[in-house]
Design a protein around this ligand. Structure first.
Ligand code: HGA
Length: 624
């Protein structure tokens, strides 16, 4: 959430900053702004709404400069408004962009007001601008790097909470300050130019070489140098800068274009066959063996020693973890707990011996999941494993083992291909755990499972052909305010994910229930105005589910069932069945997720909402 870009160059940086903001817009889109230094002047423009609105403003008033910072906002403190938009200024000398939350902003604000600073926004960020201005004035001397760094370090020491920061100062026309604590930030290396951004994607138009800041890093960039220091280290005036590796971005300029698709979400739904194929690539040999060494050093021994799994994640990734629990327990025969990261991180956790900690996050920057991982590293787990879509992300760098999903950039805020590829990666992990133990309740052979995983892209292609029928169904939701999603076994979390998708992009209230729970309360809600969507593959629980569906029908509920060819469910009055291709019980959760994505997408179209940028949300949740 919130996207930062900054640049120090010989050329005018405005187009680079604007392009960076557009590429970061998935992180926040309630307002945006930029500040530039040129001819000894600090200039700023901000606008409410999308980056396009800022761009039109800049068409009318061109800002040019060789040093600048920019920001696209997802508000945490203070409503989305022009006054609250970043960059925030102090004394017309300092401009600050910030991603994160300053938890002690209230006492700092009081203190700064007493010193005479006037506040113009409701944000927590503005305290950073004034604090830095104050520290700079206190750090006497000429306008040197040393003075700037001293003031910066002093400012950072006063902040509690999370931040990625970009700061410029009017007396330093070629110096860009940056810092990272709890929110992501990378430095891009160009030829005689340097950049900062929340995500390398923002800078792929200008470089593919990046330095990933570590927690507590701060420093100064100029066109030709990067000097980084550690907050934990000595005063910067008494120490040498630290060295961080320069990493080449692996996937080229993958910035997603919508192409012929109307929305990124639709494109990403249709990319799933390819994304699933890519996820499996390099993880199984031609002969069908699982290549467990890709997880990292000592993976095989660690998997063989694992007696229990703890999965921690948020949102859609949490639902992937819940599905995996059914697989891990039934196929690998290992106990598995799954918990949302925001609860796990603040709980007094008891860690059973030989437990593998698994953190799942599309971006690898999800604040709560990262905090849970950092806790887990010192809590006595056997090892930590990240399941992630972004190679250089914090989660991947900080875990001892890693399993990449390779889905390619996901731009639509509502996750689709990230979810199904996480499921495939988790199934692969299940198979790896089962084969390393050479036992487990399920007799399915690894090679059989690999065959099924390989068949997945083709099956998903077939499901995508149901789109016209699903679009037709979606019109029934035009005037609905509530929907129930039902499933059993691993399809209960699939139903949860379906309900989440509908909520996120169509703003229809949707709840998922384990179908057996219906009569314990939610049945009271059912009437002919309440569509009930069921996930009903032909598995061992289908007969039980059919009884639950009868209970709904008997109360006038309108059933929309996603079923398998051989389900034996008749369509009729109040019952609509959408038939999916035959699939094994194990793979069914992946396949059945796809029509639910298409349903929520088409309902959102009917409702006329902003599919890729739903209200109040943003992707890559970097604040807790
Ligand atoms: N707290 C700041 C920045 C918000 C943010 O990082 N969101 O992801 C604000 O509210 O402006």
């Amino acid at each position: 959430m919130c996207g930062i870009v900054g640049a120090a160059s010989l050329r005018n940086v405005t187009p680079i900053l604007l392009e960076g903001l557009k590429r970061l817009e998935y992180r926040g889109y309630d307002s945006s702004g930029l500040a530039l230094l040129s001819d000894g002047q600090l200039q700023r423009e901000r606008e409410i709404g999308r980056v396009a609105a800022l761009e039109s403003l800049l068409d009318k008033r061109a800002l040019k400069g060789n040093l600048g910072i920019a920001h696209t906002r997802w508000a945490t403190h203070g409503k989305p408004s022009k006054l609250n938009a970043h960059p925030h200024l102090s004394s017309a000398s300092v401009a600050v962009v910030h991603n994160g939350i300053i938890e002690n902003h209230e006492p700092l604000r009081r203190e700064l007001k007493e010193m005479g600073y006037r506040f113009h926004s409701e944000t927590d960020t503005e305290v950073i601008a004034h604090l830095f201005d104050h520290s700079y004035r206190q750090a006497s001397g000429e306008a040197s790097s040393a003075r700037l760094l001293k003031a910066f370090r002093h400012t950072l020491m006063r902040l509690n909470g999370a931040y990625a920061l970009g700061i410029i100062h009017i007396e330093h026309p070629d110096r860009l300050l940056c810092a990272r604590m709890g929110s992501p930030l990378v430095i891009g290396e160009g030829s005689e130019e340097h950049f900062i951004a929340s995500d390398p994607l923002a800078l792929l138009q200008v470089t593919d070489s990046f330095i990933y800041l570590e927690e507590g890093d701060y420093g100064i960039l100029t066109r030709d140098a990067v000097d980084l220091y550690e907050m934990e280290g000595p005063d910067p005036t008494e120490s040498e800068p630290v060295t961080r590796p320069i990493v080449r971005y692996e996937h080229g300029d993958q910035v997603a274009e919508k192409g012929d698709y109307r929305h990124f979400m639709l494109k990403e739904i249709h990319e799933q066959p390819q994304a699933l194929k890519a996820t499996l690539e390099g993880k199984v040999s031609d002969e069908g063996h699982l290549l467990t060494s890709i997880l990292g050093p000592e993976a095989e021994t660690l998997l063989a020693n694992t007696r229990q799994i703890q999965i921690v994640s948020c949102g859609t990734s949490y639902h992937a973890g819940l599905v995996a629990r059914y697989w891990i327990e039934s196929i690998a025969g290992l106990p598995c707990s799954v918990e949302v990261a925001s609860e796990f991180r603040y709980r007094e956790v008891v860690v059973p011996d030989d437990t593998l900690f698994v953190a799942i996050s599309q971006s690898g920057e999800t604040a709560d999941t990262l905090a849970a991982l950092r806790f887990a590293k010192n809590a006595g787990y056997l090892a930590t494993l990240a399941i992630c879509n972004v190679p250089g992300s914090s989660l991947v760098r900080e875990s001892s083992l890693r399993l990449m999903t390779n889905a390619g950039p996901e731009i639509g805020v509502a996750s689709t291909k990230a979810f199904t590829t996480q499921l495939l990666a988790l199934l692969w992990l299940t198979a790896a755990l089962a084969s390393s133990r050479r036992s487990g309740p399920n007799t399915l052979s690894t090679s059989g499972l690999v065959e099924e995983m390989r068949a997945m892209p083709r099956l998903v292609e077939q499901v995508l052909e149901l789109e016209p029928a699903i679009a037709q169904l979606a019109t029934r939701f035009a005037d609905k305010h509530h929907t129930l999603f039902l499933g059993r076994g691993p399809h209960y979390p699939v139903a949860m994910e379906g309900a989440l998708k509908l909520k996120e992009i169509s703003y229809i209230h949707a709840e998922a229930y384990a179908a057996g729970e219906l009569k314990h309360g939610p049945l009271a809600l059912v009437d002919d105005d309440m569509p009930v969507v069921t996930v009903a593959p032909s598995d061992d629980l289908l007969e039980k589910l059919k009884s639950n569906l009868q209970e709904v029908r008997a109360r006038g509920g309108q059933l929309i069932n996603f079923v398998c060819e051989q389900a034996g469910l008749e369509s009729g009055e109040g019952i609509t069945n959408l038939v999916l291709p035959k699939v094994s019980d194990i793979l069914a959760p992946i396949l059945f997720s796809v029509p639910l994505q298409l349903l929520s997408y088409h309902v959102a179209l009917v409702k006329g909402t902003d599919v890729d940028k739903p209200r109040n949300l943003a992707k890559s949740v970097t604040v807790e």
